[in-house]
Design a protein around this ligand. Structure first.
Ligand code: GAR
Length: 194
């Protein structure tokens, strides 16, 4: 069985969409894959409750308990590796990872970012897209490389930016697409590495 480990920091709606797709689309039978664990850097991440309710192993590695990014990433890698992951999925995981962590999971580490990369890497993507006068915004799923919000693009989806859009309204429109494209990109990845 190919184990998928999902890293979250908050609500976990992308994680939930992936878990639901895995169930609905029978990833275990089609790809021999399952979501084996959900790991958060925040103890109060709302997504942890959903994962537990689905019978998925959960763990918390609080980043503030570690003196450096390297120390945190080493602890995180240990917890991730306990689940022997074929694939590590960042789903709203709001920590910058060290080059060492990225190298360890090279080729099997995916991220979702709420913009049409390479536009708007980093934070506040929706506000920045509105302020720049963009007519379209969107979401990108990509392989993770050492450079933040870069790396080979696996999937994108665009949405319109509407007149008088607020960052919140645009974020909700993009998030609906995130829930569609992330499970699809992961299914493609699993199919290609079968
Ligand atoms: C999502 O919009 C995701 O794209 C974004 O955080 C949100 C998490 O929502 N990720 C980043 O900004 C990463 N740079 P969720 O916890 O409900 O999936």
């Amino acid at each position: 069985m190919k184990n998928i480990v999902i890293l979250i920091s908050g609500g976990g709606s992308n994680m939930a969409a992936i878990v639901r797709a895995a169930e609905r689309e029978r990833w275990a039978r089609r790809f021999g894959a399952r979501v084996a664990a959900v790991i958060s850097n925040k103890v109060d991440a709302a997504g942890l409750g959903f994962a537990q309710g689905q019978g998925i192993a959960t763990a918390v590695v609080p980043h503030q308990d570690y003196p450096s990014r390297e120390a945190f990433d080493a602890a995180l890698a240990e917890v991730v590796d306990a689940h022997a992951p074929a694939l590590v999925v960042l789903a709203g995981f709001m920590r910058i990872l060290t080059p060492g962590f990225v190298a360890r999971y090279q080729g099997r580490l995916l991220n979702i970012h709420p913009s049409l990369l390479p536009a708007f890497p980093g934070l506040h993507t929706h506000r920045r897209a509105i302020e720049a006068g963009c007519r379209v915004a969107g979401v990108t799923v990509h392989q993770v490389t050492a450079e933040l919000d870069h790396g080979p693009i696996l999937a994108q989806a665009a949405v319109p930016v509407l007149p008088d859009d607020t960052p919140e309204a645009l974020a909700a429109r993009v998030l609906a697409q995130e829930h569609r494209v992330y499970p699809q990109a992961i299914a493609n990845w699993l199919n290609e590495t079968k």
